[in-house]
Design a protein around this ligand. Structure first.
Ligand code: G16
Length: 544
């Protein structure tokens, strides 16, 4: 195998965000751009000679050529084996599982998650470590640092690999194994949930379902598991074929983007459960007939009922949520007397807690829930969790949610996103908020009295690492909160996220519309940050 060293020049913008490096496809197509970043990753890692790397992506535009480049670079840099999903496809949770199952050194996942795909849209790449989880900040900082000084990369002069044919081939000591991307993941799901009960509940018609794969990676997974293994009708999975441009839509599982699903779920013919997943299959949206379950509530309900699921029948060691996620799961943890951790946004922060056995379940407001079965959030796992709950409790989604609120109270919650704000304006908003923090505590805004106002900082209880500036928190005496933070996953300008939360014990107020119930907090958020005033916008780009 001929290995060549190609001289290159650094790019200055290869700093990974919340979850890997995400840029426009056209940025990745610049000469040596992908190669530089991959080499920066390899140069920052140690002792991987002869070891295994898992490789796959969500099938978006540029996935296939990127896979071929990475195969050649992995060979040149001394990896022993590559495990690749057929067609270059792997969902993020399936890749995490493969890393763990094969005791691989790590993995490269090609995805920009819920961001749109296509020639002029987004691409992304992230590295996962040997526990199957996203590389921690110590790694991503090192990748960026190395990308700024890189002067050459190594690539093997070998032919393109047939990634559509399952099987192994050797090039000298380098092995390339193309596998069925679904089989190992399906087996894992079978070991967690009660597939017998699910089959019976679906077969008898007690549960009907609609899953929207949004023309992204979960189509083949959902078809195999929900239709072939559990007996759902073939039309239970819609938009099942992965497309390079996701059919021109955002593969973002929320009511705004999963329109076909939303229309069915809020109609008289709604099935028992409606769900969707995102580009790379790690996010989930859960709905029932005429009800949308917020991701924060979904996490809390899963925690409260986990013992009904075979894999969690012995209870949970603890739970965790990202800081902007509502405090609903905290109430469950308190009532079960188990620890609840508050981490910065980013699944990578759950890794140490999961590895140390401190938590079993975790989740985020950004449509992510997961458990210790892998080290990524997991969209189809969440769908199966809800199906299993419905089958065990013999209740509708709405009944399960209302029962939960009656028992624990409702954390009324919403997120307002202002997308593609000019970076200088976004920074001025953050500066303004920051400057107000010292004088906010004890101030009263109507019924809301500020209890604390700070910038969230996290000390990892396992390795002691500290992550600062993780969002601005304003907490009130009555338990309400307003959080402000800039997204770390966008590719155009800056996105300001405003997270609003109010606790309601009174069951007669539980069915209120969240925007109405949160209206005072919404006004107060604008007063504090002036996003509308400073951008001239009249409303958020997206409300969830
Ligand atoms: C990624 C991370 C999540 C995070 C989300 C939103 O998800 O893995 O942990 O919550 O981004 O991050 P931000 O608010 O910074 O945009 P995904 O599904 O995009 O990989």
């Amino acid at each position: 195998m001929q290995i060549v060293s190609i001289p290159t020049h650094p790019y200055t913008d290869q700093n990974p965000g919340t979850s890997g490096l995400r840029k426009k496809v056209t940025v990745f197509q610049q000469p040596d751009y992908l190669e530089n970043f991959v080499q920066a990753i390899f140069d920052s890692l140690e002792d991987y000679s002869g070891k295994t790397l898992v490789l796959g992506g969500d099938g978006r535009y540029f996935n296939r050529p990127a896979i071929q480049t990475i195969i050649k670079m992995a060979a040149a840099n001394g990896f022993g084996e590559l495990i690749i999903g057929q067609g270059g496809l792997l969902s993020t949770p399936a890749a995490s599982n493969l890393i763990r199952k094969n005791k691989a050194f790590g993995g490269l996942i090609l995805s920009a998650s819920h961001n749109p795909g296509g020639r002029d849209e987004d691409f992304g790449i992230k590295y996962n470590v040997s526990n199957g989880g996203p590389a921690p900040e110590s790694h991503t900082d090192a990748f960026y640092k190395r990308s700024l000084t890189i002067s050459s990369y190594k690539i093997a002069e070998i032919e393109d690999t047939d990634i559509d044919r399952i099987g192994s081939r050797h090039i000298e000591n380098f092995k390339i194994t193309v596998i069925d991307p679904v089989a190992d993941y399906a087996e894992l799901m079978q070991s967690i949930f009660d597939f017998g009960l699910l089959k019976q509940s679906i077969g008898s018609g007690f549960i009907t379902l609609l899953f929207d794969a949004m023309h992204a990676i979960t189509g083949p997974y959902a078809k195999r598991i929900l239709v072939d293994m559990l007996g759902a009708t073939p039309d239970s999975v819609i938009n099942a074929e992965p497309l390079e441009d996701f059919g021109g839509h955002h593969p973002d599982p929320n009511l705004a983007h999963a329109q076909e699903l939303a229309a069915r779920m809020f109609s008289p013919t709604a099935p028992t459960l409606g769900a969707a997943s995102d580009g790379d299959g790690d996010r989930n949206m859960i709905t029932g007939s005429n009800i949308f379950v917020t991701p924060s509530d979904s996490l809390a309900i899963m925690a409260a009922n986990a013992r009904l699921i075979p894999a969690y029948a012995y209870g949970l060691s603890g739970v965790a949520r990202s800081m902007p996620t509502s405090q609903a799961v905290d109430r469950v943890a308190a009532s079960y007397n188990i620890p609840c951790y508050e981490t910065p946004t980013g699944w990578k922060f759950f890794g140490n807690l999961l590895d140390a056995g401190k938590i079993t379940l975790c989740g985020e407001e950004s449509f992510g829930t997961g458990s210790n079965h892998v080290r990524e959030k997991d969209g189809l796992w969440a769908v199966l969790f809800w199906l299993n709950l419905i089958a065990r409790k013999r209740q509708s989604v709405a009944d399960i949610v209302h029962e939960h609120w009656r028992k624990f109270g409702r954390d009324i919650y919403s997120r307002h996103d202002y997308e593609a704000i000019e970076s200088s304006v976004a920074n001025s908003i953050v500066e303004r908020l920051r400057s107000q923090l010292p004088e906010l505590p004890s101030q009263a805004f109507g019924e809301f009295i500020v209890k604390y106002a700070d910038e969230f900082s996290y000390e990892d209880p396992v390795d002691g690492s500290v992550s600062k500036n993780q969002g601005i928190r304003i907490g009130f005496e009555n338990g309400s909160r307003i959080i402000f933070r800039l997204s770390g996953t966008g590719t155009v300008g800056a996105t300001l996220r405003i997270y609003l939360e109010k606790f309601e014990v009174d069951a007669s107020s539980h069915d209120q519309d969240a925007q109405v119930s949160l209206s005072e907090l919404i006004k107060l958020a604008e007063q504090l940050c002036e996003v509308k005033k400073r951008t001239g916008r009249t409303e958020p780009t997206v409300i969830t």
